[in-house]
Write a protein that binds this ligand. Sequence first.
Ligand SMILES: C[S@@+](CC[C@H](N)C(=O)[O-])C[C@H]1O[C@@H](n2cnc3c(N)ncnc32)[C@H](O)[C@@H]1O
Length: 282
Amino acid sequence: MPPLVEVLRQSEHFLKGKGIATARLDAELLLSHLFGCKRLSLYLHPCDNMEGHLLSQFQHLLSRRGNREPLQYIVGEVDFYGLFIAVDRNVLIPRHETEELVGMLISRFENRPIGSILDLGTGSGAIGLALAKHFTEANVLAVDANQDVLSIAQKNAIRNGITNIRFMVSDWLENVDGTFDMIISNPPYLTDEEFENAQDEIKKFEPKFALVSKNNGLADIFKIIGTAGRFLAKDGILALETGSSQHESIASFAKNYFGKFESMGDLNGKDRFVFLQNSTKI
Ligand SMILES: C[S@@+](CC[C@H](N)C(=O)[O-])C[C@H]1O[C@@H](n2cnc3c(N)ncnc32)[C@H](O)[C@@H]1O
C-alpha cells in the first residue's frame, strides 16, 4: 500500500490534470473528510500507509472531484458564518459574498431591536440560520419554492440547534403574512448565457432553478422588489444579493417602490448588494 504522502502527490497530479486549480488542497480536504480528521492532522499524525479499502474509497471521492463535482457536495457540508451547513444537489452551495451580506446586516442592526426577519429563497437555510443565530430575539421565517429544498434547511436548523426559525413553501411572498424588520434574499440572478458559460462545477452540478432568472437575470429581483414593500415594518430594510452589472437597472426599477436605494460592493469591489428602504407601499 502506498504511503499517504505519495497518495496525496498522485492525487494532486490527477486533479491538476482535470483542470482543478486547488488540486492539492482539494486532495487534502477529501482525505481528511474520509479520515474524519482536520486537514493539518494529515501531516501531524501521518499514517505510513493507506489500507486497501480506504484507498479505494478515496479513489472514488477523487474521481467525483475529477469529474468537477464541487468539493462541498462530495463532503456534504460547508462552513457558513460559523455554522455547519449540510448541502446536496438540491441546494446552492452558499457563497462567501453571501456571508458578506449577512455581516453587513448584522452590523447595521447591531444597536437596533429586531423582532422579525424574512429570508426569501432560503436554499440550505444559510442566511436565515446565520441571522437567527445572531439575533436570538428575532423570529425568522425562511421560505423557498419547494419542499425538498426546505427539508435540507430544516435539518440544518436542527443540526445547529437553532429554534427561532420556521420554514414555509412559498413562491416568493405569495404565502407570506405579516411584516418584517428585515427582508433578505439572494435570489436567482444569472442570465441563461452566464449559466452556460459558468465553470463545470456550477453548470453540471448546482440547481439551475436556484441560479437563473428570466429578463436578463432580473425577473425574480424585480418580482421581490415589486411585492416586498408591504411586508416591511416601518424603517425596515430589503437587502438583496445581485449580479454585478445589474444595479443601474435595479435602481431604475426600484424607484417606483422604494424611497431609498443603496448599492454596496463586495470584497472584490463588485456591485453586489442592494439595500432598499422607505417603501412607498406602507
Ligand atoms: C441563489 S439561491 C440562494 C440560496 C441561499 N439563500 C443562499 O444564499 O445560499 C436562490 C434560492 O431561491 C429559491 N427560489 C427560486 N425561485 C423561487 C421562488 N419563486 N420562490 C421562492 N424561492 C425561490 C431557490 O430554490 C434557491 O434556493
